[in-house]
Design a protein around this ligand. Sequence first.
Ligand code: M6R
Length: 624
Amino acid sequence: MCGIVGYVSGVPLANAQHTAVDVLMGGLKRLEYRGYDSAGIAVVTEDGALESRKKAGKLSNLAELLEAQPVTASQTGIGHTRWATHGGPTDVNAHPHLADGGKLAVIHNGIIENFASLKERLLAEGVEFTSETDTEVAAHQLAKNYRATGDLTEAMRITTTQLEGAFTLLAVHADLPGTVVAARRNSPLVIGLGEGENFLGSDVAAFIDYTRSAVEIGQDEVVTITPDSVAIIDQSGAPVEGESFEIDWDPATAEKGGFASFMDKEIHDQPQAVADTLLGRMDTEGRLTLDEMRIDESILKSIDKIVVIACGTAAYAGQVARYAIEHWCRIPTEVELAHEFRYRDPVVNEKTLVVAISQSGETMDTIMAVRHARQQGAKVIAICNTFGSTIPRESDAALYTHAGPEIAVASTKAFLSQIVACYLLGLYLAQLRGNKYRDEIGLILGELQKIPAKIQSLLDDHKDQVLDLARRLKDTESVLYLGRHVGFPVALEGALKLKELAYIHAEGFAAGELKHGPIALIDEGQLVFIIVPNRSGRDNLHDKVISNIQEVRARGANAIVIAEEGDTDVEQFASEVIYVPATATLLAPLLTTVPLQIFAMELATAKGLDVDQPRNLAKSVTVE
Ligand code: M6R
C-alpha cells in the first residue's frame, strides 16, 4: 500500500514559500492513511548531495527526527509512508533505500515478485544489502542500470522491464538536482502540475495544497519531472501524452475541520457526500442522465446479468445495491468479493454487466477482477471516488461518487455515496430498459434528495445517545448484528466497523439465520444490535424481526434496536431503541448505518484507540 510523494521546484530557496521537506511532509501527512508503519524522505541539495532520514512508526516520529537532525534546505525530494510487506516495520526497512554508494534513493509502493532471483544475482555481483525489503533490490537494480546508461530515465525504463509484480517507484540521484524519475505498474501514481514546480503522488491528496491540475500516468510508463517539464515515456521509450484532469476536491475537505478525528468529520460529511453524489443527474425533462455512462445503450439493454465486484465495505454497498437493482430492473444481480471472483471461473460474457465498486480505485483485488471480467467480454462500470485512479481508467465507464477525500481508514461517507451511486445506476437501467416509468423514477429520486437532511437530523438528534451507549459499553467483548433484507448488509457493515476500529469480535447475521445456529451464541448480557425493517416494506418482515428481538431477549441479550421513527412496536421488546428518520424501504441503509458507524468510532475512542489509523490496516489495499 504505502504513500508516495515527489517534488521538484526551480524557485530559488531564498524566494521559496516552501522547501522540498515542507511539501514532502505535508503530502505524507495526507497520505498517511495508506500506511503508517514507518516514513522517510530523501532530498538532493543544489550542490549535488543526497540526504535521507527515515524512522519506524508514524509520521510524527520522522518529524521529530527531522527536528533533531534537519536536512539541508533543498527543492528536490521524495517521501514515503510505509505499510510493511517484505520486512518488518523497522528503521532499517523504512524507505528510502539507498544505492550507488548512497547517491541514489528509491521509494516504492507494491510488491516486487521476482525480488529473490534479482537479489541473488546482485549478491553474486558483490552488492551489499542492508534491509530485508524487496525495494532495496529495485534500488540496486536501478543503480546498476544507471551506471550502464548514464541516464536515470532510461535506467528506470530498463528496470521496469526487469521487475515483476506491482510497483510505483520514485528515484532521485545526487547527480541530478531538480529531477525526480518515476514508474508505475499496477500501483497508483499521478502527476501534479505547478508553476516552476511539479509533483508526484500516490493520489492527488499528496499535492492538493499546491495545485488542482493533474495528469494520469498509464500502466508501465516512466515519468521524469523537473521544475519546468514533465516527460512521460512508455516501456518502449516512446513519448506518451498523459491525460490531464482538474481536481475538484476542496483541500479543506482533507482536514479535520475541528473534529476529533477524520472519521468523526467524515461521518458528518455524509449529508454533503450524498447530496453531491446526487447532484446534476437529471436533464430538463426529468430524465436521469449519467454522463459518464460511455457504454452503448443497446449493450445495456441486452445485458442479462449484473455482477458486482468489490471488497470490504464496498462489497456491502454492492449487497445493498442488489436488493434495489433486482427490484427495479428485474436483472439477476450477484455480488462477489473481488478476490474470490476470478479464481472461481465465473460465468461472465458479453451479456454481463460488471459493476466494480471502490473508494480508492486502487484495490488490487478489484483491479484484477476488472481485468478478468473484461477478458471474458463483459462491460465494466466502475463506481469510484478517486479521479484518475486505476479502476475507472481500466473500466468501460465510470460513475463517480463525490464524497471528497476519505482519509480515515474505516470507510463511512464513501459507503453511503457508493450506495447512492448504485441506486442511480439501477434507476438509470430501469429507465433505459423500460422497467419503470419516469414518474416512478422521479418519486424515488425525490426520496433520495431528502436523505441528506435526514442524515443531518439523525446526527443532530441521536448522536449523543449513541456516544453515551458506546461509552457505557466500552468493555464489551463481543457484539452481534442482525438485519434482514437491506438491513442484512448493514449488519455486516456495522460488525466490520467495530472489528476494524475497536478490535472486538463482532459478527453480522441475516436475522432469519439466527435460529439456524447463531442463537447458540446468545447468553446473559450478550450485546446484539438489531436493524428493524420498516412496516411498509416486504410483508411480515417487520414482525419477523420483532420476533427475533424477543428470541434474543428471552435468552438474556442486551438488544439495541435501530428502528424507524414512529415504530413504537419495538419499544416493549428492546433494551434500547435508536430511532432513525423514516424513508423508503430500499433507501433505509443510508440512515440505519450511521448509528453503527458512530458506535464503533466512539467505543474505539473510549478504549483509547486511534480511530483514523487502526492497527494492521491501510486505506488502500494495493497488494493481492
Ligand atoms: O478502496 P476500496 O473501496 O476498494 O476499499 C475496499 C476495502 O478495502 C475497504 O472498504 C475496507 O474494507 C475498509 N477498511 C472498510 O472500512
